[in-house]
Design a protein around this ligand. Structure first.
Ligand code: NAD
Length: 296
């Protein structure tokens, strides 16, 4: 079998188009422009690239982008004061604090100081609880992107066996909650899981979110399974720098029914879902109908 490639780049473009269309209508009908504030503390090079890309795409879909760049030695008090200001700014519908923060800042405290209704990353403890109890919440962007691709590919996920490898708060755990919400039978595997290959062989859906280059080989994959590869790993091969996922694409794509590539799979969906979440937050804040197909 040769797997169908799930093209995250193309899918993300359709999500952005949908968001842009809705933003245009929102502006025409209600005079409201959704706004996303991104806060970057320090000068981590990878974070700077992500923040630039987020700002650019926010403007491209017609939303307002507000970037706040703070010095690496910014005090917790000053950062919390900025978040308080953004929480109370009606032009700001989404707030994202780029992680990781410098070591002297308490990430949990900072994230939990964001108004949950504006927490477009879905990391606030209230949103985690709402998602866990199946209530309307802001959903973390990367798992939301994975869910959208799975729904698009399968239609209903009901009754499918899903194995999520990785139990992080950002990807693994919310991914498992979303799959459970769509009536999958979910297993969360992690670094202490016994006989991981056998666990993965039982899956109709495999979501790999580990951060270990190509650790999942094709002979762990059940024939015809759908594989979502969240991993982004930079490696050197044949003297060149390369991005690879957590799944060995070459062997897995010979067995799987469908698979996301790295790059061009889950990655592009993450920012597209951030824009979708900002639009959703804006609609909720103004008591307007939420766009279809852009939330969990
Ligand atoms: P993390 O380090 O927080 O969590 C990794 C998880 O993998 C842990 O729960 C750990 O138990 C598990 N793990 C480690 N070794 C294992 C092993 N040998 N067997 C089974 N499980 C093992 O990482 P994260 O933030 O969840 O990110 C995971 C990967 O996804 C990284 O490569 C990251 O770069 C990528 N990522 C991509 C996006 C995107 O937009 N595509 C977004 C977030 C993270």
């Amino acid at each position: 079998m040769t797997a169908q490639i799930i093209d995250g780049k193309a899918f993300a473009a359709t999500v952005r188009e949908k968001v842009a269309g809705h933003v245009t209508r929102l502006k025409e009908e209600s005079g409201i422009t959704p706004g996303l504030a991104v806060v970057l503390v320090g000068e981590d090079p990878a974070s700077q690239v992500y923040v630039r890309s987020k700002g650019k795409q926010t403007v491209e879909v017609g939303m307002n982008s507000y970037e706040h760049k703070l010095e690496a030695d910014t005090s917790e008090e000053d950062l919390l004061a900025l978040i308080d200001k953004l929480n109370n700014d009606p032009a700001v519908h989404g707030i994202l604090v780029q992680l990781p923060l410098p070591g002297h800042l308490n990430e949990d405290l900072v994230i939990n100081s964001i108004d949950p209704a504006k927490d477009v990353d879905g990391f606030h403890i209230s949103n985690v609880g709402l998602l866990g109890t199946g209530q309307k919440s802001m959903v973390p962007c990367t798992p939301l992107g994975c869910l959208m691709m799975l729904r698009d590919h399968h239609g209903s996920l009901s009754g499918m066996n899903a194995v999520v490898i990785g139990r992080s708060n950002i990807v693994g755990k919310p991914m498992a909650q979303l799959l459970l919400g769509d009536s999958c039978t979910v297993t969360i595997a992690h670094s202490r899981t016994k006989d991981l290959p056998e666990v993965v062989r039982g899956a109709d859906i495999v979501v790999a979110a580990v951060g270990r280059p190509e650790m999942v080989p094709g002979d762990w994959i059940r024939e015809g399974a759908t594989v979502i590869d969240v991993g982004i790993n930079r490696i050197e091969r044949d003297g060149k720098n390369k991005l690879v996922g957590d799944v060995d694409f070459e062997s897995a794509s010979k067995v799987a029914g469908a698979i996301t590539p790295v790059p061009g799979g889950v990655g592009p969906m993450t920012i597209a879902c951030l824009l979708a979440n900002t639009l959703t937050a804006c609609c909720r804040a103004n008591g307007l109908a939420e766009p279809d197909g852009l939330t969990a």
